[in-house]
Design a protein around this ligand. Structure first.
Ligand code: AMP
Length: 474
């Protein structure tokens, strides 16, 4: 088994990996990191859940010189959610080296991001549209950008961003190093790679190893009219810690959400017609475990890394085998196992066969497990119930509430609060809960045991353009 040290990463990065608790490289990391450290261009065929962020992120941080105050690395992402996620990961790896990572994405005040770019920023992680916008406003210069990553390139293609990606690439030095990560390799992405990568090494994690090893996959034939009732039955039998339920369209997503909500379940919906603020709120409450069930469309749930997801339920058959792989990649993350259950109608046998062929797995028929004691899915907490809906038998952690100076009026977003509390403290992002951003203040809860230490380490760090002031709420 290869170790991170054998891959050639610098000591400060190895220490950061110890901080985040990664003990050994995932297959895509073991393969891609040595090539990237040598300065070669890489095409990584891997999806979220494989550890691809560290596969490109660690060599990127390794290359950056913190003493040089220019943007040295750019990571382009298709969605805002992925942008925030990649930023959080890179910040945790970069913290010890003193490398600044700035996130730029749409739907948030551009002035705050311009200020962050002016203040520094060795690595910029951004969505395509916002990066383009900041370039046109001369707030983002890429002339010193030596390392460019295109993350989830196939998603960029699906969302129609390819031309913009090419325009941005054209503004970076031709001597740059480029890494392109994509779960699938449609012809347009191959062409992009041919044009913008120099003699790339291809590293692949086969879809089969992504799914087979860690995700048990089931199929369940059900008539269209019985789907909602069957879903309730399946949730009742499976008792997921957290599940994402995928629907084909926004309308179906909303309908199903309402049906489940009206049955008293603790559920939220996530789809593209919701405002960014509403989407962020849903994401945060799902990520911190307060919401056990999420009904989502494919676009909204793209690239999400939610390591606690125990179940993926395909309420509607995915539109293609690739979409199936993307969806079930939400569960069975590194070191965990998951279950994926796909509902299909009698007429959809061909689509199921295509999925089975693509993933190399035969979907086992789902049957209600006789020995699993039926119990209702956890009911929605009432106003006065405890704030966290933990699975039965798990002791509720003691938490302390913090008040932080700075709010919406200062351009603060929930992700900024999480970053402020984790970046210099070593606190895990997952440990920050119930983030609430008001006009001038923000609140968050963190584990009591770490509260004093976080307070000490985070106070005075940069937040909303000034030193962070925070205190415990008595
Ligand atoms: P990604 O595919 O980059 O979205 O990563 C999926 C998840 O795996 C994230 O929660 C990472 O923090 C985690 N992860 C990545 N690399 C490792 C590793 N070598 N050991 C343990 N966890 C990892």
């Amino acid at each position: 088994m290869t170790t991170f040290a054998e891959l050639g990463l610098s000591e400060v990065i190895l220490q950061a990996l110890e901080d985040v608790g990664y003990h050994e490289p995932s297959p895509i990391q073991a393969e891609a990191i040595p090539h990237l450290l040598q300065g070669l261009d890489v095409i990584g065929q891997a999806q979220t859940g494989s550890g691809k962020t560290a596969a490109f992120g660690l060599p990127l941080i390794n290359h950056v010189d913190p003493a040089e105050h220019e943007v040295q690395g750019l990571v382009l992402t298709p969605t805002r959610e992925l942008c925030i996620q990649v930023t959080q990961a890179l910040r945790s790896y970069a913290q010890r080296k003193g490398v600044d990572v700035v996130a730029v994405f749409g739907g948030a005040p551009i002035r705050t991001q311009q200020a962050q770019l002016r203040a520094g920023g060795h690595i910029v992680v951004g969505t395509v549209g916002r990066v383009k916008d900041l370039i046109s406003r001369h707030s983002l210069m890429l002339h010193s950008c030596r390392f460019v990553v295109l993350d989830e390139a196939d998603e960029m293609l699906d969302l129609g961003f390819l031309e913009d990606v090419e325009r941005i690439m054209a503004l970076t030095p031709s001597s740059r190093q480029t890494a392109l990560f994509s779960a699938t390799m449609p012809p347009e992405i191959r062409r992009l790679a041919d044009q913008y990568l120099y003699d790339p090494v291809v590293v692949k994690v086969k879809a089969a190893t992504l799914t087979v090893d860690t995700v048990e996959q089931f199929g369940l034939e059900v008539a269209s009219k019985d789907k909602a009732a069957t879903l309730v039955d399946v949730l009742d039998a499976e008792r997921p810690t957290q599940a994402i339920i995928f629907c084909r369209t926004k309308v179906r997503c909303d309908q199903l959400y309402r049906t489940l909500r009206d049955r008293g379940m603790n559920v939220k919906a996530l789809h593209g017609d919701m405002s960014q603020g509403a989407r962020d709120g849903v994401m945060i409450s799902f990520k911190d475990g307060r919401t056990p069930l999420l009904v989502a469309t494919d676009v909204a749930a793209r690239g999400l890394d939610i390591s606690t997801v125990s179940h993926v339920i395909n309420f509607d058959v995915p539109t293609s085998p690739d979409v199936y792989v993307h969806r079930i990649g939400r569960t069975g993350r590194i070191g965990r196992s998951g279950r994926a259950i796909t509902f299909y109608e009698a007429r959809q046998g061909r689509e199921v066969a295509a999925i089975e062929e693509h993933s190399g797995v035969k979907l086992a028929p789902w049957v209600r497990d006789a020995h699993v004691k039926a119990a209702p899915v956890r009911p929605r907490p009432r106003r006065h119930s405890k704030p966290h809906d933990e699975p039965a038998g798990v002791a509720e952690p003691q938490v302390r509430k913090l008040i932080i100076a700075g709010g919406r009026a200062d351009g603060v977003e929930p992700a900024d609060v999480i970053h402020a509390l984790t970046a210099s403290t070593g606190l895990d992002g997952e440990a920050v809960r119930n983030v609430l951003v008001l006009e001038r203040y923000a609140f968050a809860e963190i584990p009591e045991q770490q509260a004093e230490r976080v307070l000490e380490l985070a106070a005075g760090t940069e937040f909303a353009g000034r030193p962070l002031t925070l205190e415990l709420v008595r």
